[in-house]
Design a binder for this molecule. Structure first.
Ligand code: ADP
Length: 180
């Protein structure tokens, strides 16, 4: 599924983020920037040790923020490590922190001259964020940012498995249908 935002493209695909040929891919990192499981493990396995070496030098990234390293052996030149919130009950600032993790990743991309990037669904694995709600926040935040920043030409969400893809597709249809 693909929609236009001005001259830019917002795209949803089902697949593996480590295989993407966008200039940057985004990692669902933790504050310590240590290799974990899920998408983080997959990216570090595919990209090799250089990613973790750079991440270790940076050392820490608070929730809601992002840092950037090389893409190592990946097709993508850069990895943006975004730290989404751990979901408790939705009343501990989770929506704002999740939106912030997406926005800060996009800001880093702009600052680095990156025109295309791929996101996984941040926080919806081990961090437990309900996918329906997370999808709405993710898509709305990206759409708002790209509207104001046409230098970002392509944002691709790479969703792992059909159910997550489907949830994002429905959220995007709803968002587009709602106008604005
Ligand atoms: P978090 O700790 O932020 O919840 P996870 O890595 O546990 O991060 O999960 C985030 C999302 O990434 C989940 O939807 C998970 O299914 C998905 N995921 C796992 N591996 C991959 C991959 N190789 N490509 C894209 N998405 C992936």
């Amino acid at each position: 599924m693909q929609v236009k935002i001005g001259d830019s493209v917002l795209e949803l695909v089902e697949g593996d983020i480590t295989q993407q040929d966008t200039e940057a891919i985004v990692n669902a990192a933790n504050e310590q920037l240590r290799v974990g499981g899920g998408v983080d493990g997959a990216i570090n396995r595919a990209g090799g040790p250089q990613i973790q070496e750079e991440a270790r030098k940076i050392g820490y990234c608070p929730t809601g923020r992002a840092v950037i390293t090389t893409g190592g052996n990946l097709k993508a030149r850069w990895v943006i490590h975004a730290v989404g919130p751990i979901y408790k009950d939705g009343r501990h600032g989770e929506p704002e922190l999740l939106a912030s993790a997406y926005r800060e990743s996009l800001k880093l991309a702009s600052a680095q001259g990156i025109r295309s990037l791929a996101f996984p669904s941040l926080s919806t694995g081990v961090y437990g964020y309900p996918v329906t709600e997370a999808a709405r926040i993710a898509l709305k935040t990206v759409r708002e940012y790209v509207k104001e920043h046409p230098e970002i030409q392509l944002v691709r969400f790479v969703l792992f498995g059909q159910p997550t893809y489907q949830t994002f597709a429905e959220a995007l249809a709803e968002l587009q249908g709602g106008g604005g």
